[in-house]
Design a protein around this ligand. Structure first.
Ligand code: FAD
Length: 209
């Protein structure tokens, strides 16, 4: 208990046991995307978001269109995920906290300005409707269980998304001619994308130089 209090003072006295992974990191996906875009433009890249790109115009095409690629990536399935963002000035956390929940692997990730991301449900479905009452209840219950001060938190956002996933939940990079498919990122698209990008670069630069 003392160790928990030393790492996360706001959780002092609330839990008898916890696992601590000193090396665990986390990124804010929205911040990461902005930074990646800036970096790409700095390096001379161009971004077009109008969906009108014709593949034959380019030396290589990398298809990373997620569920939209299901016509060609026929094994893909959707795994629905729901999350909420809350603001709670009364609680401070210094690292992501994962709840050992029997059904839902819920995590609470501190962001700047006392904003917390609470996610994420796992539903075998490509239903892209807004968050359900059940999901919202489960996420809020987990939050309240972590610390009762979250009862006064302000809910600032609720979202649902679909994770593109292969049957074994392992991402795939494969190449046909000059067309490379990168898909099936499942629960870890942000975590795993640097390694997948390296595979793509190895294919392109390994074959073209
Ligand atoms: C609630 C929730 C929480 C998550 N939390 C995490 C997390 O903490 N860490 C983590 O690593 N991952 C997390 N994930 C998983 C992560 O979001 C996915 O793994 C990732 O988004 C998959 O990325 P993707 O680019 O392959 O597919 P997508 O995110 O589906 O992106 C595909 C993109 O392609 C675009 N597109 C489609 N067709 C075209 C076209 N013809 N031309 C141009 N663009 C096109 C689409 O508009 C879309 O923007 C979470 C997912 C959910 C739902």
């Amino acid at each position: 208990m003392d160790d928990i209090a030393a790492l996360e003072p706001d959780l002092a006295g609330r839990f008898e046991k916890a696992l601590f992974f000193a090396e665990e990191g986390h990124v804010d996906p929205r911040v990461a995307l902005v930074r990646l875009k800036e970096r790409l433009l700095t390096l001379g890249g161009h971004i077009r978001l109008d969906h009108s790109v014709v593949e034959g115009q380019f030396d290589w095409t990398v298809d990373c269109t997620g569920m939209q690629a299901r016509d060609t990536e026929t094994a893909l399935r959707g795994v629905r995920g729901e999350m909420i963002l809350v603001r709670c000035p009364d609680v401070t956390l210094h690292r992501p906290v994962r709840m050992l929940h029997p059904r839902i692997p819920i995590y609470i990730v501190p962001r700047e300005n006392h904003v917390f991301m609470v996610g994420a449900t796992m539903v075998e479905s490509d239903d892209s409707r807004e968050i359900t009452v059940r999901a919202m209840s489960e996420l809020l219950n987990a939050l309240y269980t972590l610390h009762p001060a979250f009862a006064e938190a302000e809910i600032i956002e609720a979202n649902a998304g679909i994770r593109p996933s292969y049957p074994d939940n392992v991402p795939r990079v494969h190449c046909e001619g000059r067309r490379i498919s990168v898909n099936g990122m499942y629960r870890h698209g942000f975590l795993l994308s640097p390694a997948r990008a390296r595979e793509v670069a190895d294919i392109i630069f390994g074959q073209s130089v």
